[in-house]
Design a protein around this ligand. Structure first.
Ligand code: BG6
Length: 487
């Protein structure tokens, strides 16, 4: 008899379930990608019956699903949804959950436990299900998906990993970074390793520097209370920006299997040069948008940064001497996640150009969102001039090549992979720890009494002027590859 699959969502009455998880699971179902027999069991303290839970999800779907669906499709999906009202705090509640699972499954089953609760409940839940044997892989697989944030610093990440490992083996733990679920992010590896022409120049001999930007147009919105405790370095850098960096910088893995891929990503993180505490301020700029302190649930004298720019170096043969500039901020001019690779200048301007004339270096722009595309900027002779050159683009655009609406939501990929047991796009325990080890010194230095004041920036700008001076100090500028190219 084939195992059925049960997905238990802890924190099922929350935002993530309505906005991301159910729309993703429903779309996987519509595409015929869910296991032949499956149940989704929502678990949360808010009281719902199965039918009111379904009705609430259906109502939200209209707003959050970015695809068209029919009511008939929903009607066939809805019977898979169940809800269990309980508080995941005491041993009895987990016993009740066990009873509910046995009632639902009626035979051998695989189980995916999704932790969509606030992070302080992660250890309690894993202990709760672990103690009563729900994580034991005897009659099927048992996996736990852990949402972010994974700790708040190295110490808490170590403790969390330890708490998880009490009841789970590493292969059962799926730590999410939703950036890895984005098609355009996965494509970085295909771009690099499914083509022969890029890899030979992908190193210190040809690349001048790399910029990774994740700019957001939105501010902290209703999340002021959470954000004020966390700030940009924990919210975006420890996870998303460092993961993007690993994909740009990693060596080709020996295979496309989870272990090989994750090993190469971990190696990049381990090679990031530690910055001594007295050099942190030369290697970073932190800012706060004007008006942040007036946001809902933000402290009136908050020192939380909503913008950061960092300079990192990777100490290995491929990247020695190539700076990686990372920046991210809230309430900026526009939403743009992009990776820009600036190549070195040609060694000699042999054309009959005046002495002052500077050749423009090539730039490769990997545009993650919202203009999902890749652009290679190179120089062309401007027609009907003696020697003038002009920058032009070679372009690949996802929508133009693959059609509109072909890019799935990141959670679809991640949920499917966790059901299928492919951990390639998830973070291994040691990676979370190494990442915190990189970001912690920045957090500590900027939290210390000697720290310079945060640079205040105007909402709708591209960040503080200090961040421009920071990169100009190295003789470089922030590049806006994707926006300029797509205008
Ligand atoms: C989340 C952060 O992880 O990523 C948010 O907590 C941020 O603050 C979001 O807005 C950005 O994700 P995306 O997919 O919209 O770029």
């Amino acid at each position: 008899m084939k195992n059925s699959t049960t997905i238990v969502i802890f924190g099922a009455s929350g935002d993530l379930t309505k906005r991301k998880l159910i729309p993703a699971l429903f779309n996987l179902y519509r595409k015929g990608r869910m296991p032949s027999e499956f149940s989704i069991l929502g678990f949360a303290g808010t009281s719902y019956k199965d039918d009111t839970f379904c009705a609430m999800l259906r109502e939200n779907l209209a707003e959050h699903a970015d695809y068209e669906f029919t009511d008939e499709e929903w009607q066939t999906f809805a019977p898979h949804l169940h809800y269990h009202t309980d508080k995941a705090i005491d041993p009895e509640s987990f016993e009740r959950l066990k009873g509910e699972l046995e009632r639902l499954e009626k035979g051998p089953a695989n189980r995916l436990f999704y932790l969509a609760t606030p992070p302080q409940f992660f250890p309690t839940i894993v202990e709760g299900i672990g103690r009563i044997g729900l994580t034991k892989e005897e009659i099927g697989w048992r996996r736990v998906v852990v949402e972010k944030p994974f700790g708040t610093d190295l110490k808490s990440a170590l403790e969390l990993n330890q708490a998880l490992h009490e009841y789970l083996r590493e292969h059962q733990i799926y730590r999410i970074d939703h950036y890895l679920g984005k098609e355009t992010v996965q494509n970085i590896l295909y771009f690099r390793f499914a083509n022969t022409i890029f890899e030979p120049v992908w190193n210190r001999n040809y690349i001048d520097h790399v910029q990774i930007t994740v700019a957001e147009e939105v501010g902290v919105e209703h999340r002021g209370g959470y954000y004020d405790e966390v700030g940009i370095l924990r919210d975006m850098f420890q996870n998303h920006l460092l993961q993007l960096l690993t994909l740009v910088a990693m060596e080709p893995p020996s295979s496309f299997k989870a272990n090989a891929l994750r090993e190469e990503r971990a190696k990049v993180l381990s090679a990031i040069r530690p910055i001594p505490s007295d050099r942190i301020w030369q290697n970073s700029v932190l800012g706060q948008y004007r008006g942040y302190r007036q946001e809902y649930r933000v402290s009136a004298n908050s020192h939380t940064a909503t913008y950061a720019a960092l300079r990192l170096h990777i100490d290995n043969w491929r990247w020695q001497g190539v700076p990686f500039y990372l920046r991210s901020g809230k309430l900026l001019k526009e939403k743009a996640s992009e990776i820009l690779i600036q190549f070195k200048q040609p060694p000699l301007a042999m054309f009959p150009v005046p002495e002052w004339y500077k050749m423009v270096p090539n730039i490769l722009a990997l545009c993650i969102q919202p203009n999902e595309s890749i652009h290679l900027r190179f120089e062309a002779k401007a027609p009907d001039t003696a020697y003038n050159t002009r920058s032009v683009n070679m372009e690949f655009n996802y929508e133009a090549s693959f059609g509109p609406g072909t890019l799935p939501e990141a959670y679809e990929r991640l949920l499917l992979d966790s059901i299928n047991g492919d951990a390639s796009l998830f973070i291994r325990g040691d990676q979370t720890e190494i990442s915190w080890g990189i970001i912690d010194p920045f957090i500590h230095a900027w939290d210390s009494p000697d720290a310079p004041p945060l640079s205040i920036y105007t909402p709708g700008s591209m960040g503080p002027a200090e961040a421009d001076r920071f990169i100009e100090y190295d003789g470089r500028n922030w590049l806006r590859g994707c926006i300029e190219c797509c205008d």
